[in-house]
Design a binder for this molecule. Sequence first.
Ligand code: GDP
Ligand code: ZN
Length: 292
Amino acid sequence: MYGKIIKGIAGFYYVYVSGSGLYECKAKGIFRKDNVKPLVGDNVEIDVIDEGERTGNIKLLYERKNELIRPVVANIDQALVIFAVKEPDPNFNLLDRFLVSMELQGVPSVICFNKRDRISEEEKESLNNAYGKCTYRLLFTSAKYGEGLEELKSILVGKTTAVAGPSGVGKSSIIKALNPGADVETGEISKKLSRGKHTTRHSEIIRIDDDTFIMDTPGFSSLYVDIEQEEDLKDYFPEFGEFAPDCRFNGCVHINEPDCAVKAAVASGKISDLRYKSYMAIYDEIKAKRRY
Ligand code: GDP
Ligand code: ZN
């Protein structure tokens, strides 16, 4: 049977098979010799060992579309990063690090500002101004009042999306609103796990429908940017690309150089000031790290 690994814990893989549900599987033999470990997000072929117990063995891993290091998952189509517009106030530096980290891994990002109900139209416009022009799809939601959720669903449909965000922003509220049944499958796994195993937080896939998955990814606050040379950082701020060819110097890093078209774009408001501030902060950090 063909399925998808939606969670992996302590040598067990939970495989969802469309039409027949969840199986607790082991991955015996074949992977050890090729030195590949199954990952959450992998599409697999399983043999059912016991239908009543719902156990199986993974016998084949299908080729991966991609493999992320942070978080460790396979076959991601896009990332959805959720921040609250208020309570907690958005940490733009953290948001921008996340965007850089996804750029580095070649995964497109969508930005979602939740708790839209907590701010005025003017405040929303100012956020829209900052993040609406940096090439990422941007949307505002209110999980509390159901606002923006249809648009969010339309962005997710048919894809596997990694969902990330600091705690308290409404991630669980949004996931619950998208899939009221999510608790059922999570509960099924918890039942099996309560036979005496521990529980650290792992990435986990939640099925919205048969070809739409979201992956809840923990460990957001410790995000660091995997770039060794600060000069390379500019390539991961996609909105700089439109202006950089007009800088006077080739390889301009848009900080101290004269006649820098990127700095001019920041000054005229074509590039967001917030984004540029994050750029400089992350740049300094990479540089400082390299020195030691
Ligand atoms: P998580 O930690 O990101 O999973 O956040 P939760 O979904 O647990 O939500 C944190 C708090 O924010 C809870 O008290 C929610 O009721 C509240 N909350 C979530 N979404 C919204 C929203 O759209 N508007 C408002 N005002 N509160 C929200
Ligand atoms: Zn420049």
